[in-house]
Design a protein around this ligand. Sequence first.
Ligand SMILES: O=C1O[C@H](COP(=O)(O)O)[C@@H](O)[C@H](O)[C@H]1O
Length: 243
Amino acid sequence: MKLNVFANTDELYKAFANYFVKCAQQAIAANNKFSVALSGGSSPKKLYQLLASDEYKNQIDWTKVFFFFGDERYVEHSHPDSNYLMAKNAFLDALNIKENQVFKVDTSLDPESAALDYERCICQFFTKDKEPYFDLIILGLGDDAHTASLFPGTEIVWIDEELVKEVYLKDKQVYRISMTAPLINQAKNVAFLAFGANKADAIKAIFEAEKDISKYPAQLIAPKNGELQWFVDEAAIAKLSKS
Ligand SMILES: O=C1O[C@H](COP(=O)(O)O)[C@@H](O)[C@H](O)[C@H]1O
């Protein structure tokens, strides 16, 4: 595991964008395609915008990039909460990404069918591989130590076979569709993007508390053969023990 710490979010986003470019260039050179699962929420928006900026957009052959979603809110694609819509507005449209390069969760189906359908779609994409190996999975972190939509106290944290699953969040009374830990842990590269003082308790628990995946689901993330990186700012790691 590599912990990359930055003094401010501008540096953090630039470093993550450079890392994204490196992963993409390596995957395209090796396999002529780059498969990436995006995270949602508020944190990655500026990263996506940066990747579509003049500084970065010409560093990647975007026709060879295939986009998936680590998790999705169970809402229409035009809904303001949709992770797809956020990515579309932040960079997919600006980069002229074609429809067939973007794999959306079909939220017109019921939640269970949407999860099954997304799993099928992922398996079809990776049809030549023994298992689906994403080149990169980007993850966010909730203040409550959730990642993707692996939320504390939900059944999805115990899944060890299904690759995608629906999860019902009782407090919010909503469904989400999420990649599960077994799928995430098959990726070649997994990277967390987390910043701000509101993430400090979660980060301390993930790194220093006894393993308790029901309380701290992000502790589930440990790629089997891939590399795990954390991109954080100083505020987010402020509560870690100094040693
Ligand atoms: O609900 C979600 O939250 C996490 C973290 O979001 P943030 O707003 O604190 O950046 C995110 O990783 C996940 O994809 C999203 O659906």
